[in-house]
Ligand binder design. Structure first.
Ligand code: URA
Length: 222
């Protein structure tokens, strides 16, 4: 805080000193770095060989995100699992295949038409939930991905992604199927495909949520 007010006070008096202060801030704050990126490639470059949280220690690949940089629809999951960590691409394991089926067979889109990312970019050990400090380190990058892609709709997959993005403790069973907003973008929470693999009877609920998303997307172009 002190640094901010110090920098602001200098704006009116000495621009070069302000620039030096901003550079210093960039070195100290990944969030500021992320905010400056003008493309997804630049944002990926800012992440680099990321060591901002302890998850870096166990990863094979950082899993940034994949898909159309101008997608109208973005899916956000929790974090990479084993298959994703090995391949460096989100949602490529069994749950990923189910998500791909939802996109292709259900929505009639191609996987490369949408954008897919996760709340955290490195695999948590034993697929445990990401911890708050890990989310804090990584969320600025997801936020910037959303800002750069500018999707019309975000589909948040599963309790963790939904509760993190919505800053809510309300159970996903109550949140799913209803429209919410993430920083001005429409957000539809639904169950995670990995949950559906364990609870296939709930696929029909996800299909209801996805139909709402498709209707909204048709409305956007009509
Ligand atoms: N589960 C997720 O939340 N994300 C992935 O990329 C894969 C599985």
């Amino acid at each position: 805080m002190q640094r901010d007010s110090h920098a602001q006070m200098q704006v009116s008096s000495d621009k070069s000193e302000v620039a030096a202060t901003a550079d210093e801030q960039d070195r100290l704050s990944p969030q500021t770095d992320a905010q400056k990126a003008k493309s997804l490639d630049e944002l990926r470059a800012v992440l680099g060989d990321c060591r901002r949280c302890k998850l870096h220690a166990g990863r094979t690949h950082l899993v940034f995100g994949v898909g159309n940089p101008n997608a109208r629809l973005m899916f956000v999951g929790e974090g990479p699992g084993r298959d994703e960590d090995l391949k460096g691409e989100p949602f490529v394991g069994r749950a990923g295949q189910l998500l791909t089926d939802i996109i292709t067979k259900g929505m009639g889109l191609r996987r490369e038409d949408v954008y897919i990312a996760n709340v955290v970019k490195c695999r948590p050990p034993e697929n445990r939930n990401p911890e708050p400090d890990e989310v804090d380190s990584c969320e600025p990058f997801l936020k910037k991905q959303i800002d750069l892609v500018r999707p019309e709709i975000i589909v948040a997959l599963g309790k963790f992604a939904v509760q993190t993005l919505l800053r809510s403790k309300v159970p996903i069973t109550r949140l799913r199927g209803n429209w919410h907003t993430y920083l001005g973008t429409k957000l539809m929470p639904t169950f995670h495909p990995a949950y559906l693999l364990r609870n296939p009877a709930d696929k029909k609920l996800v299909w209801e949520d996805i139909k709402k998303v498709m209707k909204e997307m048709q409305g956007e172009t009509a």
